[in-house]
Design a protein around this ligand. Structure first.
Ligand code: ATP
Length: 470
């Protein structure tokens, strides 16, 4: 069976659909996942379940690249490779083999495959290999999502690029948006991006945090109040809904809004009309409502603490921001961005970061997400003296073995390899002088020795207090 597909949203954004990749994979789910990844990158795909179908497709229309599974129901991936290379030697072929089938991968490379991928296929790796294979052959690569306006949103992960694409797609519409994500993931930043990219950009963006505020105050802040509405209301005051005009009202922590206020907000959204606290004059409003929450609103609905009807009113367009630990590729660019920003703000010369320190940050779980990362980078810069942040400068929790345990991506991110590389590079720079290498890594000489032993870099017994050279 032959399937073709395209990702409508992305297509609209990127407006380019010329580079066709042929996917040969008999597992339906995996095929869809691979297709989605490639389409998010701006390619289009033709998918077949067997090598025989793939050859039939190629007889009609040639793809720019073929990605095939090794194990297929009839003809194998390597056989398909041979047939393709016979007839179309210039078309790059990538073969995906199961973990542990390295022998077959080697054979495939010998038979002319551009590259092999081991399953489970790592997204970043897949995209990088494909882009590389195509650019080597002089193909124009589809523009990447980074070309979209960034609105101050740093990051290269698929999760971040998808958010940028969503902002681009959703901004022009008047629809309500519900942004979900853990605390510190950038919900407000995304809301501001939606505002700036919208035709409302010339009007105000007003943010209001609904968390832990008593009913009267929430009501007065959002709807405004008339003079004498409550003790201390000495004059009439417009609310945020009015002040936002034709701009955007961002309701943060909407899950914490008191139930009585939820009823009023629902009515307001339905009727596009409200009254100030203590007033009876109906007022219309034009602002777009973007709400955000770190709690699972669907669960709050089940638990009875959030109104279901309001949930659906707000959640016209859901936009979920994944936690930082699920988009680790963003950590390095974010660290570098905040390093530059903090140094500029403090008027200090640029501060660098050692590979081992960055690796530890990339492996850490970041429960406080980007806000936590931002604060830590600031602290590291303020306390830094040598011009380079070393692993030893990091907070303890980032240097524990805990970070190794939580490593994601089924081994796609290999801390062991990163650490080994960092240790070897330091030893190289220090010309095998362990005291100096330890200094470069920001750890003690004894710690270096232990690490080297764990990494299999030391075979013989060694006196850690003695001889300097390896
Ligand atoms: N992708 C990003 N690139 C650059 N800065 C970011 C990014 N995401 C978040 N930030 C920064 O991290 C900090 C926290 O972001 P923000 O306040 O938008 O998070 P939030 O999800 O709204 O947090 P909360 O749920 O606690 O209100 C801000 O200083 C913001 O500018």
């Amino acid at each position: 069976m032959i399937h073709t597909s395209s990702f409508q949203g992305i297509e609209k954004t990127i407006g380019m659909r010329s580079q066709k990749i042929l996917l040969v994979e008999d597992e339906k789910n995996l095929r869809s996942v691979l297709a989605a990844i490639l389409e998010a990158e701006g390619f289009s795909t033709t998918q077949t379940e067997s090598a025989e179908d793939a050859l039939a497709v190629m007889a009609g229309e040639l793809p720019v690249l073929v990605l095939t599974d090794q194990r297929l129901p009839g003809m194998s991936g390597t056989e398909l490779l041979a047939r393709i290379k016979e007839r179309w030697p210039r078309i790059p072929v990538l073969i995906a083999t199961a973990y542990g089938e390295i022998e077959q991968a080697v054979q495939a490379i010998k038979a002319g495959a551009e590259h092999y991928l081991t399953k489970p296929v790592d997204e970043g790796e897949l995209v990088a290999i494909i882009r590389q294979a195509l650019s080597c052959r002089g193909h124009t690569i589809p523009p990447r999502s980074q070309d979209l306006p960034r609105h101050g949103i740093i990051g290269e992960s698929l999760g971040t690029l998808e958010i940028l694409e969503m902002i681009n797609l959703v901004a022009p519409a008047p629809s309500n948006v519900l942004i979900t994500g853990e605390s510190g993931t950038g919900k407000e930043l995304v809301a501001r991006g939606l505002h700036v990219a919208s035709p409302r950009a010339h009007a105000p963006f007003l943010a209001f945090n609904c968390g832990a505020i008593p009913l009267d105050l929430v009501e007065s802040e959002i709807f405004g109040h008339e003079k004498g509405a409550f003790t201390g209301a000495v004059r009439s005051q417009a609310g945020k809904l009015e002040m936002a005009g034709s701009g955007t009202l961002f309701l943060d922590e909407v899950g914490d809004m008191p139930l009585a206020m939820q009823v009023k907000l629902l009515r307001t959204l339905q009727e596009r009309e409200y009254t100030r606290l203590g007033g009876n004059q109906p007022l219309r409003f034009a602002a777009r409502i973007i709400a955000a929450t770190h709690v699972d609103l669907a669960k709050a609905v089940e638990a009875g603490s959030f109104r279901e009807d309001l949930y659906y009113r707000l959640n016209v367009i859901p936009l979920h921001i994944p936690p930082l630990r699920e988009r680790r590729e963003d950590i390095a660019p974010l660290v570098r961005h905040f390093l530059r920003r903090v140094c500029t703000e403090l008027g200090r010369p640029e501060v660098d970061i050692a590979t081992a320190a960055l690796a530890a940050m990339e492996a850490y779980s970041w429960p406080g997400n980007i806000r936590q990362l931002e604060n830590i980078v600031e602290r590291l810069v303020v306390l830094n003296r040598g011009g380079t942040i070393l692993a030893a400068d990091l907070p303890n929790e980032m240097r524990t073995t805990e970070t190794e345990r939580i490593l994601p991506f089924g081994g796609a991110y290999d801390l062991h390899a990163v650490e080994r590389e960092a240790v070897l590079s330091a030893l190289n720079k220090a010309q095998s002088n362990k005291s100096q290498a330890a200094l470069l890594l920001g750890i003690s000489r004894k710690q270096l020795h232990t690490r080297m032993k764990n990494l299999g870099l030391v075979v013989d017994r060694e006196d850690v207090s003695g001889g300097e050279k390896l």
